[in-house]
Ligand binder design. Structure first.
Ligand SMILES: Nc1ncnc2c1ncn2[C@@H]1O[C@H](COP(=O)(O)OP(=O)(O)OP(=O)(O)O)[C@@H](O)[C@H]1O
Ligand SMILES: [Mg+2]
Length: 346
């Protein structure tokens, strides 16, 4: 009977451990954490100073003894200890102290990218265990995104999802709870920021930071020209004399800066379709492609994919939360959806 009680109060948790953002879903409550995957550390004392939004604000502005660490690079954990601490913080913020019995440790559903090594996959599982999980269930991120988008992943029909995050673009065709055709690229939102930094350096001799590049992308980044050209003032450091300088950059220049990366993403979507069995292509043709992840919000990207692939394309509502919502749906209906889970690495 006790077991039954614990079952009801046990806080099951879904996690999207992303390169840019980490989200936490608690069964019965919904999304409780949605913060940047950044940790600020005092290297003199090894003390964690800030995690999430507060740490992100420090990027590029810290004195020598403070570092801001992004524990994930291109979708995979690059700094295990920091990743584990970050997860522990985000999870415990909401469920620690409330129930302090051992059996109340949560079960965790957490996404991993396609195309990760066994070691990288184990790192995610171990980080979740280290953060306090009693049991960890792994699932591919595009599978969770598709579930979050309420696609019928368990049916024998072709569902195509393209999740464009900060570190990876994951393209997947799903049928019967499995991934039939896929591609995983390390070209995504962060790449676009880098493209913008490089473009400004080469064309204006101006050095700008990541946060500025991101701001430019969000405010004037696009794939097609709008009716009215837009421009934006950007300041940084002049590479020639080292002094502060301001330039004005236009939407068409930003399009040029990111064009190659955007083309690569689109051509990989096309080639994934080419490697998909014809029956499933027919389904995709009818049902369309769903875009998720923050990168899906780049203006006009959906229209470009539609034009190039000649298939209907939709951006899922609230694309940044799609994966964690999928993890939440899996938690809420674990018995029915267990066939989408991957085997544990232990
Ligand atoms: N309006 C927007 N236009 C263009 N890009 C955007 C927009 N909003 C967010 N992004 C980009 O989306 C990316 C973050 O998306 P998301 O949170 O889905 O990634 P992530 O899950 O953390 O990363 P990954 O899945 O690659 O590990 C960032 O690169 C951000 O710049
Ligand atoms: Mg993601």
């Amino acid at each position: 009977m006790l077991k039954g009680i614990f079952k009801n109060i046990r806080p099951d948790v879904g996690i999207d451990l992303g390169t840019s953002n980490t989200l936490v879903y608690i069964k019965g409550k919904g999304i409780v954490v949605n913060e940047p995957s950044v940790v600020a550390i005092n290297t003199r004392t090894d003390e964690v100073l800030a995690i999430g939004e507060d740490a992100k604000r420090m990027i590029g502005k810290t004195p020598g003894h403070i570092i801001t660490s992004k524990p994930l690079v291109e979708g995979v954990i690059s700094d295990f200890e920091v990743a584990e601490q970050m997860l522990k913080y985000f999870i415990n913020k909401f469920i620690a102290n409330k129930i302090s019995v051992l059996s109340a440790k949560p079960r965790i559903v957490i996404g991993i990218p396609l195309d990760v090594t066994e070691v990288e996959r184990k790192a995610v599982e171990d980080a979740a265990l280290g953060a306090g999980a009693r049991e960890v269930f792994l699932a591919e991120e595009p599978m969770l995104a598709a579930i979050g988008a309420r696609l019928p992943v368990q049916e024998s029909t072709g569902n195509m999802i393209v999740d464009i995050g900060g570190g990876t673009t994951q393209i997947a065709v799903i049928s019967l709870s499995g991934i039939v055709a896929w591609k995983s690229l390390r070209i995504a939102g962060d790449t676009l920021n880098k493209n913008i930094i490089q473009y400004i350096r080469e064309n204006f001799n101006l050095l700008v930071g990541d946060a500025t590049a991101e701001k430019i992308k969000l405010s004037i980044g696009s794939v097609f020209a709008a009716d009215q050209p837009v421009e934006m003032a950007v300041s940084g450091r002049d590479l020639i004399n080292g002094l502060p300088k301001e330039i004005v950059i236009t939407d068409s220049e930003i399009r040029e800066a990111i064009a190659r990366s955007v083309r690569t993403i689109v051509s990989n979507i096309k080639s994934t379709i080419e490697s998909t069995p014809p029956e499933l292509v027919a389904d995709i043709y009818r049902r369309g492609i769903v875009l998720s992840g923050g990168g899906a919000l780049l203006r006009g990207l959906d229209a470009l994919v539609r034009q190039e692939a000649r298939i209907p394309v939709a951006v899922i509502d609230d694309p940044l939360t799609c994966v964690v919502r999928g993890a939440g749906l899996v938690l809420e209906d674990l018995d029915n959806l267990k066939d989408v889970l991957l085997p544990s690495t232990h």
